[in-house]
Write a protein that binds this ligand. Structure first.
Ligand SMILES: Cc1cc2nc3c(=O)[nH]c(=O)nc-3n(C[C@H](O)[C@H](O)[C@H](O)COP(=O)(O)OP(=O)(O)OC[C@H]3O[C@@H](n4cnc5c(N)ncnc54)[C@H](O)[C@@H]3O)c2cc1C
Length: 393
């Protein structure tokens, strides 16, 4: 991989995002966290600069700049505001099922409104009783003439209440286990669709996380994405491509915390010199920077692989690795950043305590890091590697 794998066009977009992050997004981050209100002004800013179009092809009104570019944008925004970075990541997450398995008619109908940012997207897989074990979901969809009728509920859905379109997974054949799951594109104004409580939470406070209900919710039969029974496979294919987005959010938080801690350590003096020159602090800074750089290498490699069309187990494994590694690094690095700022690090006046709270979610959503480890090990066991074991006769 070249030192900077971005094309000229992608570098220009990165510069634009960096400028917006520095001048417009960063200054809002503490307020968004304190108010815990969904930042509609940030959505407007992303819209104005076409950043919600990043995950989409040009023919649907997007920028057509590929998966790596989305990761870079999420990383740059999350350096200053993880809530705003998540808005871009979830625009991708919530639209991937349509991009991967939708018909041309569905793509033409939905993707332009997502690419323009008119609609935000959401991805609704988790339920109260099924998170890691998503196949245990209970929401059902029954065919009725030229419609499907959905009943059940989903929990912890990002963008609940602000999304215009929800990708919803429901069982069309409850007896068939994960093979009975199907995917649907559900518009927010579908009859019988309701948004419940928005959860107060530890970090990414401006992002809405809420419950959604389907009470005899009727959607046109043409809302089915793929065939009946394809839903679980679609859900997993989506996660292979969206988990790196969480890795990018995590890396952004980690790099933002490292940059802040470095600046602080250069100016804060104890015992007659800047704390950055005390070896124990210098060692922490060096580890933080190294972990960020290693995360970036892994993350950008996945972005390039997605843009080259890599599919299947190879993608599943490396995408889980990127999400796992970047998010563990984000938690470690932000904890160290708080340590470097000492008592000030624990205060709301400085951003690193927010970054530490924001980092935690990246180890949990889109599959906990325990689940990522299981996924990686499962793919390793499947691989056909040359045997290193001596033959025993
Ligand atoms: C802020 C936020 C936003 C979210 N956004 C979305 C969203 O937009 N869409 C969506 O569908 N979901 C979303 N989620 C849900 C999220 O993906 C789940 O919370 C997550 O997958 C874990 O599921 P769970 O909470 O049910 O935990 P559980 O599955 O109950 O797990 C509890 C603990 O047990 C461990 N565990 C479970 N099974 C195993 C196993 N087999 N081996 C080892 N350890 C195991 C887990 O790692 C975890 O530590 C969001 C969650 C949060 C908190």
């Amino acid at each position: 991989m070249p030192p900077d794998p971005l094309t000229e066009e992608q570098r220009e977009i990165r510069e634009l995002v960096r400028t917006l992050a520095r001048e417009r997004i960063g200054p809002r981050a503490a307020e968004i966290d304190a108010s815990a209100e969904f930042p509609t002004d940030m959505v407007e800013l992303l819209r104005e600069h076409d950043l919600l179009g990043l995950p989409f092809e040009e023919r649907f009104g997007g920028t057509g700049t590929g998966a790596l570019m989305v990761l870079v944008a999420v990383e740059e925004i999350s350096k200053v505001c993880a809530t705003t970075g998540l808005i871009v990541a979830v625009q991708e997450l919530g639209s991937l099922a349509l991009k991967l398995a939708g018909t041309e008619e569905q793509k033409e109908r939905f993707l332009p409104r997502l690419a323009s940012g008119e609609w935000l997207a959401a991805y609704a897989l988790t339920e109260a009783g099924s998170g890691s074990d998503s196949a245990a979901m209970r929401t059902e969809a029954r065919r009725s003439g030229d419609q499907y009728v959905l009943n059940g509920s989903k929990r912890f859905i990002t963008n609940a209440g602000v999304a215009g379109l929800y990708t919803v997974f429901a069982k069309t054949d409850p007896a068939a286990g994960h093979k009975g799951i199907s995917a649907f594109a559900v518009e927010a104004d579908a009859p019988g669709f309701e948004v419940g409580r928005i959860e107060p939470k530890m970090g990414i406070k401006g992002s809405t996380t809420g419950e959604i209900f389907f009470n005899d919710c009727r959607v046109p039969a043409a809302s089915l994405i793929g065939e009946e029974g394809d839903g679980f496979t679609i859900a997993m294919r989506v996660l292979d491509r969206s988990r790196p987005g969480i890795g990018a959010q995590a890396l952004g938080i980690a790099q933002g915390a490292t940059d802040y801690a470095l600046e602080y350590a250069r100016s804060r003096e104890t015992m007659g010199r800047p704390i950055a020159e005390h070896e124990l602090v210098a060692g922490m800074l060096a580890d933080m920077e190294t972990k960020c750089e290693a995360s970036r290498g892994l993350l950008y490699k996945v972005g390039l692989m997605i843009d080259e069309g890599v599919e299947g187990g190879e993608l599943t494994k490396i995408s889980a690795m990127a999400k796992l590694y970047c998010s563990d690094v984000a938690m470690e690095v932000t904890t160290d950043a708080v340590q470097i700022l000492g008592g000030y690090g624990y205060m709301k006046e400085y951003p690193v305590e927010r970054m530490m709270r924001d980092a935690k979610i990246t180890q949990i959503y889109e599959g906990t890091n325990q689940i990522q480890r299981l996924v990686i090990a499962r793919e390793m066991v499947k691989e056909n590697r040359a045997s290193l074991l001596a033959e025993v006769s």
